[in-house]
Write a protein that binds this ligand. Structure first.
Ligand SMILES: CC(=O)SCCNC(=O)CCNC(=O)[C@H](O)C(C)(C)COP(=O)(O)OP(=O)(O)OC[C@H]1O[C@@H](n2cnc3c(N)ncnc32)[C@H](O)[C@@H]1OP(=O)(O)O
Ligand SMILES: CC(C)C(=O)C(=O)O
Length: 560
C-alpha cells in the first residue's frame, strides 16, 4: 500500500498565520497589477529542451504584442545560449522603450557579475537576486544558520550595488526574492529583505522589487494571502518597495493564491502564459488576467487572438496547452451535454433578441468572441447531447432554425447515429442525417420537383401545375387550393391519392443579401393520425414551401 492510511506522521498540516485582523478577505481586485512574464526564465528552465535564441525571440515578441511590460528574459549565467541571447536582445533594438527586461541570478559573486555583463548597453534593466530562506533549504541545501543565509543575500546585494555603480549608463533596478518565502518564518523573510534594502538603499522614486515566492505551494491560498499581508504590514519603508508575487501551482491554486495575495496589497505578479514553470508551473498569466476581465477590470493584457498566442506558446515550449485549460483550452467553450447545450442556445437566443450588453449566457463565463474564438465550436454533438446540440449545429452550419417540435422529431435520428457511430457527430454528419430524414436536396427520393407554375383563378383560388418526377418518370400534374401549399396538397391527392393535412407551417430566410435562400418547415398529419415533419429549401420562399410539401409526401410514401 504506497499510500499511508495515516499520512499525518509523514505530512504536517501547514500552520495558520497569526493575523486576526487580516484585511484582504473584504477587498476586491479593481485594477491590474504590474505583470512580469517569467516564461523565458522559470518557464524555460522547466521544459525538456530549453528554447534556442530563435524561439526565445519569438516568445519575447509575443509577450510585447500582448502588452507585457516587464519580461524576465533568462538566467545569463546558465550558459552561452542564455548569455548570448540576452546580450543579443539588448543590442538588437527589439526592446520597446516601455518594456524593461529582467535577469535572474543566484547570490554568487561570479554569477552576478556575469549577469550584469549580459546586460551591457541596456537602456534599463532589472537584476533579480535570490537565495532560499526557509528552514529545509537552510538546513539541507546550504547547511547554514539564519545569520549565514542572511549574509548570502547581503553579500549578493553588495555585488549588485557595486556592479550597477560601475555601469552608470543603464537605469538599473533591483529585485530580491527570499526564495521559498511561502515555507519560511515571516520574521526571517522580513529580516533578510530589510538587510538587502539596507544595502541597496531604495527610495519611493526608485523602489526595490521584493518578490515573495511560493516556490513550492504548501498551503491553501488564504495562507499565502495572510503571509503577504503580514509581510507588507511589517515591512519598514514599504513605500520604497514594490511587492511582487511569484506563485507555483503544486496544489493547483497558483492563480487563486496570487489573486488573494493581490487583495492583500501586492503590486506585481510574476507568472507564465498558460502556467508553464517548474513542476506544476507558475501562476498562469492568461487565467489571472482574464479572471479580472470577467469581473469588468481591464487587465492591460490583450488576448484578442488567443489561438495565435497558444500556437506560439506551444511551438516555443513544445508543450500542449491542455484542452481544459481555463480560457484557452480547445474544449473550454464547448458543451457536449444536452442540458448545457439547451441553456447555451437559449442564452445566445436571448442575447440576439434582448440587445443586452451584459454577458449572461449560461455556462459560459466569457464571450468566446472576445478572445477571437468562433461560436461554432461552442456546442458539439455526441451521444450525451440533446436537441439544443444538433439544432445549434444546423443553425451555425446551414442557417436552419428548426421549430422546437421538429427538433423533437429529428432527435431520435441523431441519437441513434451517435450511439451507432460511438463518436462525436460533426456538422457534415448532422446535415447528411437531416437531408436523408427529410428528403432535402437528395436525388433518390420518390417525388422530385422539376418545375411548376402557379396561377390565380378568377374565383380567387390558386392553381398549381407542375412537373414532378415519380420514381424517375416525369409527370405533369395540377391541383387547386386556397393558397399555393394547399394547391400542391390537392395535386398530390388527385394525382397520387396521397392525403396530407397541414398542422403547422414556418418559414425563414437562411442568409441575408442577394444570394438569400429560404427554408420552409411543415408539420402534416396523415389520415391514420401520424405526424410528419418536412423541410424544403430554395432560393425562392414559395418554392421552399412546395419542396416542403414534397418532402412530407416522400416521408409519407417511405412509411407505407
Ligand atoms: C526556484 C527557482 O526557480 S530558482 C532558479 C533556478 N534556475 C536555475 O537554476 C537555472 C539556471 N541555473 C544553472 O544553469 C546552474 O544552476 C548555474 C550555472 C547557475 C550554477 O551551476 P552550478 O554552480 O553547477 O551549481 P548549482 O546551481 O547546482 O549550485 C549549487 C550551489 O549553489 C548554491 N546555491 C544555490 N542557490 C543559491 C543562491 N540562490 N545563492 C547562492 N548560492 C546558491 C548551493 O548551495 C550549492 O552550493 P554548494 O556547491 O556549496 O553545495
Ligand atoms: C527565483 C524565484 C523567484 C523562483 O523562481 C521561485 O522561488 O519559484
Amino acid at each position: 500500500m504506497p499510500m499511508l492510511r495515516d499520512p499525518s506522521a509523514k505530512y504536517a498540516p501547514f500552520p495558520q498565520i497569526d493575523l486576526p485582523d487580516r484585511q484582504w478577505p473584504t477587498r476586491t481586485i479593481t485594477a491590474p497589477p504590474r505583470w512580469l512574464s517569467t516564461d523565458l526564465r522559470d518557464g524555460n528552465q522547466a521544459i525538456v529542451d530549453p528554447m534556442d535564441a530563435h524561439k526565445k525571440t519569438r516568445f519575447f515578441d509575443l509577450l510585447v504584442e500582448i502588452g507585457v511590460k516587464e519580461i524576465e528574459v533568462g538566467f545569463p549565467s546558465a550558459g552561452a545560449t542564455e548569455f548570448d541571447f540576452i546580450s543579443g536582445l539588448v543590442r538588437s533594438g527589439r526592446i520597446p522603450d516601455d518594456v524593461i527586461v529582467q535577469v535572474l541570478t543566484q547570490s554568487r559573486e561570479d554569477l552576478i557579475r556575469t549577469s550584469f555583463a549580459s546586460l551591457d548597453g541596456a537602456r534599463a534593466a532589472i537584476v533579480h537576486l535570490y537565495n532560499a530562506v526557509s528552514p529545509a533549504w537552510r538546513e539541507i541545501v546550504f547547511g547554514m544558520s539564519r545569520d549565514q543565509v542572511r549574509e548570502i543575500a547581503v553579500a549578493g546585494a553588495k555585488v549588485m550595488r557595486d556592479e550597477a555603480g560601475a555601469r552608470p549608463d543603464t537605469d538599473w533596478h533591483f529585485q530580491y526574492s527570499p526564495e521559498t518565502f511561502s515555507t519560511a518564518e515571516l520574521d526571517f523573510s522580513l529580516e533578510v529583505c530589510e538587510a538587502v534594502m539596507d544595502v541597496l538603499a531604495p527610495t519611493p522614486d526608485h523602489p526595490i522589487i521584493l518578490n515573495l515566492p511560493a516556490t513550492v505551494e504548501a498551503a491553501t491560498p488564504n495562507i499565502y494571502a495572510d503571509q503577504v499581508e503580514y509581510f507588507i504590514r511589517n515591512l519598514p519603508n514599504r513605500d520604497s518597495a514594490v511587492i511582487s508575487l511569484h506563485t507555483h501551482n503544486d496544489r493547483g491554486t497558483g492563480v487563486a493564491a496570487a489573486e488573494l495575495a493581490l487583495m492583500a496589497g501586492a503590486d506585481r505578479v510574476e507568472g507564465c502564459l498558460f502556467g508553464n514553470g517548474e513542476r506544476t508551473g507558475n501562476c498562469c498569466l492568461v487565467t489571472m488576467a482574464l479572471n479580472m476581465y470577467t469581473q469588468g477590470v481591464d487587465p492591460a493584457l490583450d488576448f484578442s487572438d488567443i489561438d495565435r498566442v497558444i500556437r506560439t506558446v506551444e511551438y516555443c515550449n513544445e508543450l500542449p496547452v491542455p484542452a481544459r485549460h481555463p480560457y484557452g483550452g480547445e474544449l473550454v467553450y464547448t458543451a457536449f451535454s444536452g442540458s448545457h447545450q439547451d441553456a447555451i442556445k437559449k442564452g445566445f437566443g436571448a442575447r440576439s433578441t434582448q440587445n443586452d450588453e451584459r454577458w449572461r449566457v449560461p455556462y459560459l463565463p466569457i464571450d468566446p468572441a472576445d478572445l477571437g474564438r468562433s461560436y461554432e465550436a461552442v456546442i458539439r454533438v455526441n451521444s450525451q447531447s440533446g436537441k439544443g446540440g444538433f439544432a445549434w449545429v444546423l443553425e451555425q452550419d446551414q442557417g436552419l432554425k428548426l421549430p422546437k417540435k421538429m427538433q423533437a422529431d429529428f432527435s431520435p435520428h441523431v441519437q441513434r447515429m451517435a450511439d451507432e457511430l460511438g463518436r462525436e457527430l460533426n456538422a457534415a454528419d448532422i446535415w447528411e442525417a437531416f437531408r436523408q430524414t427529410y428528403h432535402v436536396q437528395t436525388r433518390d427520393k420518390h417525388f422530385q420537383l422539376i418545375d411548376y407554375e402557379e396561377r390565380r383563378a378568377s374565383d380567387g383560388s390558386r392553381l398549381f401545375s407542375g412537373r414532378i418526377e415519380v420514381d424517375g418518370e416525369r409527370q405533369s400534374v395540377s391541383g387547386r387550393g386556397n393558397g399555393l401549399i394547399s394547391s400542391v396538397l390537392s395535386t398530390l391527392e388527385e394525382a397520387f391519392g396521397l392525403q396530407l393535412e397541414i398542422v403547422d407551417y414556418v418559414e425563414h430566410a437562411l442568409t441575408t443579401g442577394r444570394d438569400s435562400r429560404a427554408a420552409a418547415y411543415l408539420e402534416c398529419r396523415t389520415p391514420s393520425g401520424q405526424t410528419i415533419w418536412a423541410c424544403g429549401i430554395d432560393e425562392d420562399v414559395a418554392t421552399a414551401g412546395v419542396r416542403a410539401v414534397l418532402s412530407a409526401a416522400n416521408s409519407a410514401i417511405a412509411r407505407t
